[in-house]
Design a protein around this ligand. Structure first.
Ligand SMILES: [Zn+2]
Length: 314
């Protein structure tokens, strides 16, 4: 009995010693640099559990999930560096590890970076799997261990699908100033199909949706007192007597971005929207367009992230 009690105490005391280094394994290993054998812990949100994988496979899975594999290889490389930088920042700071059962990142696109494993890559690409997987592996291998830094620290490497012709600054969108997340020109986003999208609904549908959230809204003035960022994104507007943010309107009416205009005709409301995504950081479509014009991944990164350096993590 006494021995059992003693054993229990020994086990209880040794638990934190065993589990703590295990929990923070990804951060500890990363500080010593990365090589092709580096294994990291990722929190798989679909299985609600930690999973161990090679950093290389994690980066391939993020690039596969976050960018069309059809894109130019230089754009895929820029995406791979952004993905690693995002991971490195989380792993170093440990700031999200509690939300992820001790892992630096999870597989949720709304929380960290989207990720698909090889099985889902096969499902997504079908007969093109071999070609696309090889292309992504080549891109990840070419820039493996490269990290984007600002003031000597890994940056928040944000990206989004396509700009309105100019990216947005983080200060305008979220109110937090980051020296490297400023508004830059991205006119290349304006060429090609899909730049402008429309959302059309009846005036009553429009009002109904708005009043779900603001029941006391009035009946008039559908879109007035519009404040825009220098890049054209709606910062705020008065809708039915209530001042709301452009981000709120974007989510309420499922708009591709906050860069939109509103018109009313014959009892119908039409949102005309430019670009896709929050607009801060690297435009993925723009990265591909720049790559097709002959720019390399470093030039793409330095264009979209102001004043950054690219360093070697190894
Ligand atoms: Zn996460």
């Amino acid at each position: 009995m006494r021995l059992l009690k003693f054993l229990c105490i020994v086990i209880a005391l040794s638990l934190p010693i065993v589990t703590v280094p295990y929990f923070f394994a990804s951060a500890v290993r990363l500080k010593g640099g990365v090589d092709e054998n580096t294994v990291i812990s990722v929190y798989d949100v679909s299985l609600s559990q930690r999973t161990e994988m090679r950093l290389f496979d994690y980066l391939c899975g993020v690039v596969a999930a976050e960018m069309p594999a059809l894109y130019n290889v230089e754009a895929l490389k820029a995406q791979a560096v952004a993905a690693f930088t995002y991971f490195a920042k989380r792993a170093e700071s440990g700031e999200e590890s509690e939300a992820h059962a001790g892992c630096a990142v999870c597989t949720s696109s709304s929380h960290c970076s989207a990720f698909i494993n090889e099985e889902r890559q096969k499902e997504r690409w079908g007969e093109n799997y071999g070609v696309y997987r090889t292309k992504i592996e080549e891109a990840v291998r070419a820039v493996y261990g490269k990290v984007i830094t600002y003031g000597g620290k890994a940056i928040d490497a944000l990206y989004f699908a396509r700009s309105s012709g100019k990216t947005e600054s983080a200060a305008d969108v979220w109110g937090n100033h980051y020296g490297y997340l400023t508004a830059v020109n991205s006119e290349v986003d304006e060429s090609g199909s899909g730049f402008v999208s429309e959302v059309v609904m009846s005036l009553s549908e429009f009002e109904e949706k708005f009043k779900e959230k603001y029941p006391n809204a009035s009946e008039s003035g559908i879109f007035t007192e519009v404040a825009r960022s220098g890049s054209g994104g709606v910062l705020s507007a008065k809708v039915l007597g209530v001042t709301v943010t452009g981000r709120e309107l974007r989510s309420m009416y499922s708009l591709n971005s906050t860069n939109f205009t509103v018109s009313e005709q014959d009892g119908k409301i039409t949102f005309t929207v430019k670009g896709k995504g929050h607009g801060v950081g690297m435009s993925q479509y723009g990265a591909n367009a720049m790559a097709k014009l002959g720019y390399g991944w470093e030039e793409i990164i330095k264009h979209y992230y102001t004043g950054v350096e690219i360093s070697n993590y190894r």
